[in-house]
Design a protein around this ligand. Structure first.
Ligand code: SF4
Ligand code: SF4
Length: 97
């Protein structure tokens, strides 16, 4: 059975706190750590794709040379994408608004 941090006992935790198989970070919904989230203004977006590679959480999917909506399950709201967008197409808003 695949393990995650909800179904392991303390005896199974390895040195360094690792209990999981490699390459499984997508299974963990880290987006609920956010206090702010990025929001797109699609009218301003020129699809220059500068934002996608700088996202530390790979939360800006690109398909067919176009960026898609943020992956809010994994975006942690760091705001880096806002700072790199040359067209002011992304803004941060408080979570819950
Ligand atoms: S706010 Fe940070 S984590 Fe979220 S999409 Fe932008 S760069 Fe990625
Ligand atoms: S950097 Fe800005 S304009 Fe370029 S793709 Fe990202 S959101 Fe769109």
């Amino acid at each position: 059975m695949k393990k995650n941090n909800q179904n392991v006992t303390w005896k199974e935790i390895l040195p360094g706190g690792t209990v999981w198989s490699p390459g499984n970070s997508e299974e963990f919904i880290t987006g609920d750590w956010r206090t702010e989230r990025p929001v797109m203004d699609w009218d301003k977006c020129k699809q220059c794709l500068l934002c996608a590679p700088v996202c530390p959480d790979c939360s800006i999917p690109v398909e067919g040379k176009k960026r898609l909506e943020f992956d809010y399950d994994h975006c942690k709201g760091c705001g880096i994408c806002v700072n790199v967008c040359p067209f002011d197409a992304i803004k941060m808003v408080k979570e819950g608004k």
